[in-house]
Design a protein around this ligand. Sequence first.
Ligand code: NI
Length: 260
Amino acid sequence: MMGNKMLIDTHCHLDFDQFNSDRSAVIKRAEEAGVKCVINVGSSLEGSRKSVELASGYDSIFASVGVHPHHAEEVSEDTLFEIEKLAKDKKVVAVGEVGLDYFKSPSAPERQKEVFIRFIELSKKSLLPLIIHDRDAHRDTLDILKKTYSGLSVRGVMHRFSGDKKVLGEVLEMGLFVSFTCNLTFRNAKVLREVAKCVPPERLLLETDAPFLAPEIHRGKRNEPAYITELRDILSELLGLSKDEVERVTTDNAKKLFGI
Ligand code: NI
């Protein structure tokens, strides 16, 4: 007997246009694959609105509200006000994705930092955990979190983790959870797999970041929450845990962090 199968995809973007033609079929396939719950993550004001709307239509979907650092230049006081209003919805379980991205970003780092700090303040005020996006900006991301939390532990997750073992050490010390996406299955992701081995299971979350980063067997195609089983399987190998154990521990972690 397999027990009660339950996986949680803690980060996906089912509001994106890539799902316009078959969104409900994608959600059904996720449920059939054992993904009983997904968090749809807003990456713009419009995306946050759509995430809340999507969550209101399905018991299995929760929402996160925030603006991706690429759009930091578009964030006005009005935007922050609107996001704060959305954060009060009962299906909203996090503030994100927010953070810093210095990889070919259209938004200047200085503006990204200002906006990130504002979203950290919102996360504290609304008592919601943070879903943090950090690409090529590890030092600044960690410094801002350390400064704004002044040594206290941070309630949140480093999404699509891409740091080395040293960055991981700091992230864990701050109390953060860590999540990987299906890019862990890529043939060329050897270094990342070595880092993943060092994450204590009680700090690990699963995510697809769909429609991005489909697993190796579907490489180059659109990703979807049902494919999270590929991620569970590789983590089972890397951590030396059974697939059921990976499911159980990551689901417990997600429930604990997001209160779902
Ligand atoms: Ni994302």
